[in-house]
Design a protein around this ligand. Structure first.
Ligand code: NAG
Ligand code: NAG
Length: 418
């Protein structure tokens, strides 16, 4: 979630849960279940989806309390999702108090909270329709009625609730552990335990929703090899710059960084005359091309995805905006365009030629997939694998033209060759 939404945890609170007796006084409570101070919050109505409901109702109050601007508070605790009896976390904007106040006054962006809530709800609807619910946590908007432990501040406004996913991030799977997992065990999990049918769905999800920040920290893998994508709000071309950037999508920058050296992709000034190496980062095992016949998806989309993109492409951006509640017309257009391209021209066309489209400095060539990795001195592709390391002209940081004094190591116009 964006740094603008603080997350509130809650060992403490209760949302409309069946009232229970023991309520320690909030000021000294680190633990507080089932507070009964308030009645069950009313159901969320469409008319409640306004920015004002994502912040303290009393704005004066908001402005005079010391703020915790942008702190990302992911506490170790969570609410219970009553509907599934699972754990959920809730992200709440505009919490005006914090243990580590960094700014004198709270920064509060309820309009951004609303925008991201709308994006999540659109994704929720879309994933239900397209058969993608297995790979994303369920998300909903609801009233939060909770007291922050130790601080004692009572929150009573809308929050974004999400099913808490099991497992750990791909990043942590690879890096953490004490002792660290043996590379062979890691490779066994990634080759043989992960459900790579989901890898295909994940690539579809990232392209369809134009994910622009999919990295190894927001892909979760659980014990039984299930994969889930979290933090999906950077989507639908929301910033009007990045149309897709995902380690799951070949030809995007994040993917290509896992193929070649980061310093080469980023055109670091001290690169010199080295030849870039390709090491086969283990994230490459999440390349959908390894799991679809012939290494190409084309129009051969899973049935439910196929129906869903066909339906969306029969609408128009205005209708898409209305149906999915997207916060801006260009975002509805992004979903419409993407669906249409996938439906009419197939996945790879949509990825490389469709709209929205990355700026040319961020349109890389297809490198051959590396579908089997071994660990020797480092991770290496276990089969013949010689990616073309040529990179496009332009600034890899801004996506704009090359403006540095040194020569541009790029050798072709991105997007003209794949
Ligand atoms: C709003 O907050 C201010 C300052 O804390 C307080 O004086 C006022 O009574 C509050 N108004 C309401 C309606 O709660
Ligand atoms: C949608 O596609 C049209 C071309 O068909 C293009 O002009 C427009 O910029 C695209 N918009 C987005 C947000 O992708």
């Amino acid at each position: 979630m964006s740094v603008l939404l603080a997350s509130l945890c809650a060992v403490l609170a209760l949302v409309g849960a069946a009232a229970q007796a023991v309520i320690p006084h909030v000021d000294d409570c680190a633990l507080c279940f089932h507070c009964t101070a308030d009645a069950k919050p009313p159901p969320v109505l469409p008319s409640d989806m306004i920015a004002a409901n994502f912040q303290p109702q009393n704005v004066t109050h908001k402005q005079t309390l010391p703020g915790s601007h942008g702190q990302k508070k992911l506490f170790n605790t969570w609410f219970r999702d009553e509907t599934r009896n699972k754990k959920a976390i809730v992200k709440v904007a505009c919490i005006p108090v914090g243990k580590h106040a960094r700014h004198k006054f709270a920064q509060c962006y309820p309009d951004l909270a609303l925008k991201y809530a709308k994006i999540y709800l659109a994704i929720e609807k879309l994933s239900e329709e397209c058969g993608l619910t297995d790979i994303v946590p369920k998300v909903w908007v609801d009233w939060v009625n909770a007291v922050i432990p130790e601080v004692g501040y009572h929150i009573r406004w809308l929050g974004l609730w999400m099913e808490m996913v099991d497992g750990i991030s791909l990043e942590n799977l690879v890096r953490l552990g004490n002792p660290m997992m043996h590379p062979d065990d890691l490779l066994d999990i990634l080759h043989n335990k992960v459900n790579h049918k989901q890898t295909i769905l994940a690539a579809i999800f990232d392209l369809l929703t134009s994910q622009n920040d999919r990295h190894a920290q927001n892909i979760f893998i659980d014990n039984d090899g299930t994969m889930r994508l979290i933090d999906n709000e950077r989507a639908f071309y929301e910033n009007r710059i990045l149309a897709a950037d995902s380690i799951l999508l070949p030809t995007t920058k994040k993917y290509t960084i896992n193929v070649m050296e980061n310093a080469w992709i980023h055109k670091f000034p001290n690169w010199g005359t080295k030849v870039p190496m390709c090491w086969a980062n283990v994230a490459l095992l999440f390349d959908y091309r390894c799991y679809v016949p012939g290494g190409q998806m084309g129009k051969n989309l899973p049935a439910q995805v196929g129906q869903c993109v066909a339906r969306i492409s029969s609408l128009n951006p205005e209708k898409v905006m209305q149906e999915y509640g997207l916060p801006a017309i260009h975002m509805a257009e992004a979903l419409y365009n993407r669906s249409k391209a996938m439906h009419e021209q197939g996945f790879e066309y949509a990825l490389t030629q469709g709209f929205p489209r990355n700026p040319n400095p961020w349109r890389y060539k297809f490198t051959p997939p590396c579908c089997k990795i071994t660990h020797t001195d480092t991770y290496r592709c276990a089969h013949n694998w010689s990616p073309d390391t040529a990179i496009p002209f332009g600034d890899p940081i801004t996506g704009g033209p090359w403006k540095h004094d040194r020569p541009d190591p790029g050798t072709y116009e991105g997007g003209t060759v794949f």
